[in-house]
Design a protein around this ligand. Structure first.
Ligand SMILES: C[S@@+](CC[C@H](N)C(=O)[O-])C[C@H]1O[C@@H](n2cnc3c(N)ncnc32)[C@H](O)[C@@H]1O
Length: 231
């Protein structure tokens, strides 16, 4: 389990594998979001904003089967954007995808309005409540009224036994996935415990403060939760 990627495609493979160990229902999450977006967007043409597009998993999951959707993905990581670009070409969806290396502040046009948005596995990398709120507020401002928005993030009170118990369950995914227990402890101390956990009620408060309504948790797995809401 000591995988040290030495090139971009190797890095992408490790990311794909490790994400599915860390979040065993990762692929199902994308199907669930797609179902809801389809129901809300109907058959209309729609513009989807993907915040933290990473290696292109949202676009791969939703692009080919929804030809009426176009995507704008933002991500500050040059490597991840390169991986995402390659994926869009492999899938033949590149004409419907715009990828921007940067954050939501780097969207080309101010007041650009999208019909739906996602922010999957990003918020826990943003330190500080005000910075998290700034991101969610910017997403809200870039959406049409009523547009669906999905947020997926690690959550929990870092001081609580509830989070410690979930951490034990999360560790078991890695052990069964073949990781040595010393490696799993390292993942906890150098990785997981360094991310910015906040309790669920604070996540819901942030979404409401940013202006979202109908905030509903529809997904929970190990350390991560998913909330659907509307602009
Ligand atoms: C764990 S990956 C998730 C990527 C993708 N959403 C997925 O599920 O595969 C987290 C991504 O968030 C990106 N990221 C970090 N800070 C960000 C920010 N302020 N705005 C947008 N993306 C950010 C990272 O570069 C990274 O690609």
């Amino acid at each position: 389990m000591n995988e040290k990627p030495n090139n971009i495609s190797e890095m992408a493979k490790v990311y794909e594998k490790n994400t599915r160990i860390s979040i065993p229902s990762y692929d199902t999450l994308f199907s669930m979001v797609q179902s809801y977006f389809r129901m809300k967007l109907k058959e209309k043409e729609a513009r989807i904003l993907v915040v933290g597009a990473g290696g292109g998993n949202e676009i791969s999951a939703w692009g080919p089967s929804n030809p009426q959707w176009t995507f704008t993905g933002v991500d500050p990581s040059e490597e991840m954007i390169r991986i995402a670009k390659n994926k869009t070409i492999q899938l033949g969806v590149e004409s419907r995808v715009q990828l921007i290396q940067g954050t939501i502040d780097d969207l080309p046009t101010p007041n650009y309005t999208f019909d739906a948005a996602s922010c999957i596995l990003v918020l826990h990398f943003i330190d500080g409540i005000q910075e998290k709120l700034k991101l969610l507020t910017s997403i809200k401002e870039n959406l049409t009224s009523g547009a669906p928005f999905v947020l997926v993030s690690a959550y929990g009170d870092p001081e609580s036994t509830e989070l410690q118990d979930r951490l034990q369950i999360w560790k078991s995914f890695w052990l069964v996935g073949g990781a040595e227990s010393s490696k799993v402890e390292e993942l906890v101390t150098k990785g997981i415990m360094k991310i910015s956990f906040i309790p669920e009620n604070q996540i819901q408060w942030l979404l409401a403060e940013a202006g979202f309504t109908n905030i509903t948790r529809f997904y929970s797995t190990g350390l991560f939760g998913g909330w659907m809401c509307h602009a």
